[in-house]
Write a protein that binds this ligand. Structure first.
Ligand SMILES: [Zn+2]
Length: 419
């Protein structure tokens, strides 16, 4: 018996690297202490990123649910939910997150960010019948929280939701605020306004020893056009004083998006939600918010492509500053990505280094115009997982099956070396 025990112990020491190695055709191995996982979840309904920090703290960024309705026109969009229409996007996201969190006894999302108030990032209550006990509609972020408790919410509008103009008539924001109020009183949810420049709003919730063992930083780069300068807590305003503008000239919702950076050892990740940087004819220079934020961010290993690769995003100056080795394109509409954007992403005019592009969900309509460029993409569909190894020196990109809930690894890229 003793010999068998010894043998098992020896195997347990040797095996982990082998048991936990990721393989094509098998499910994604569960997160291990020391790894930083960044999941770009595909529901076909907008953005959702789920992060497990190396000591186990968790963060959800956005939970889009367009619900096949265009909230601007109230007309159907005819975009199916993935893997299928039997559940809403918020529930699919929650199920994905629950699977990732199977190393926890009770799954908890420590932090959630809503980058800006659009349906493909927070979920629209339009055309949705599902209600919570709190009376609000369950769609997107409010639905995720119905399945998995969220401890702290961060957004760009708390507490008055008045910049650049009051959002009292916006059904998404009204429903979201109802959700916040109910969750605060009944579930102890904390809510904060995301503040540019800070690096202490999203921090480890684990023990001091784990915190010391696996230090990581989440730096709040920009929100509402307020940009970190790169020094201390100093910020500067990119937008003019609203009193100098007519209401029609106010910054748009996308420009107000939250941007942040994650650092773990030598590894850097940058995400700026729906920031724009390609000026429309006659637009003032401050409409380009990509150039200034990318200058502060500097070179990164991985970037989430701005605004789903829509033609107004990913300008050359941003690419020159960020020089991403890996780009994740969170596509969900026929205009994602624009042909010009794709040409820029692959051009060595802005930076010479090698780069790999992974898209979560290219629609057939999107592919016709870019057919000749498609062979250059590493992936056209699937959940995309960045798995950074202990210490942050290397990482892999894994593409997961998204037409079922098997989370099977379809492809493995890397190892990449963090720069
Ligand atoms: Zn968007």
């Amino acid at each position: 018996m003793f010999v068998i025990h010894r043998l098992i112990n020896v195997l347990l020491v040797i095996l982990p690297g082998w048991v936990w190695a990721q393989r094509v055709g098998e499910p994604l191995p569960v997160w291990q202490e020391g790894q930083l996982d960044i999941h770009q979840i595909n529901t076909g309904q907008g953005n959702a990123t789920f992060v497990v920090f190396p000591e186990g703290t968790t963060l959800l960024i956005d939970a889009g649910a367009i619900n096949s309705m265009d909230w601007r026109t109230n007309k159907p969009r005819n975009i199916p939910t993935w893997p299928n229409n039997e559940r809403q996007a918020g529930e699919w996201i929650a199920r994905y997150v629950r699977n990732v969190l199977r190393f926890q006894q009770v799954p908890v999302i420590d932090y959630a960010i809503v980058t800006h108030f659009h349906d493909d990032h927070m979920g629209t209550p339009l055309n949705v019948a599902k209600r919570s006990k709190g009376g609000y509609t369950l769609a997107g972020i409010t639905e995720v929280a119905d399945f998995i408790p969220i401890r702290k919410m961060l957004d760009r509008g708390w507490p008055d939701y008045s910049y650049p103009r009051p959002m009292d008539a916006d059904s998404m924001v009204v429903n979201y605020r109802r959700f916040l109020t109910w969750q605060q009183t009944k579930k102890g949810l904390a809510v904060e306004r995301f503040q540019a420049g800070r690096a202490d709003q999203i921090v480890s919730v684990k023990s001091p020893s784990l915190r010391q063992k696996y230090p990581f930083v989440v730096r709040n780069m920009m929100v509402n056009g307020e940009l970190w300068t790169g020094e201390g807590l100093r910020t500067k305003r990119l937008f003019p004083d609203l009193s100098l503008l007519k209401p029609a000239e106010y910054p748009n919702e996308n420009m107000c998006s939250i941007a942040f950076q994650i650092r773990y050892g030598a590894f850097d990740y940058f995400a700026g939600a729906d920031l724009q940087g390609v000026l429309q004819f006659g637009a003032p220079p401050w409409h380009d918010v990509e150039t200034p934020v990318a200058q502060v961010a500097g070179p990164v290993d991985v970037q989430l492509v701005d605004h789903h690769g829509y033609p107004d995003s990913q300008n050359g100056s941003l690419l020159t500053s960020l020089r991403p080795r890996v780009l994740i394109l969170p596509a969900w509409a026929a205009s994602h990505p624009g042909r010009d954007v794709l040409e820029r992403l692959f051009s060595d005019q802005y930076y010479k280094d090698e780069r790999d592009l992974f898209a979560t969900h290219l629609l057939p309509e999107a592919k016709t115009d870019i057919a000749d460029l498609l062979p250059r993409l590493k992936s056209e569909s699937g959940h995309i997982v960045i798995r950074v190894e202990k210490g942050g020196k290397t990482y892999h990109v894994l593409v997961l099956e998204d037409r079922s809930e098997t989370y099977t690894v379809k492809a493995i890229h890397g190892p990449y070396r963090s720069r």
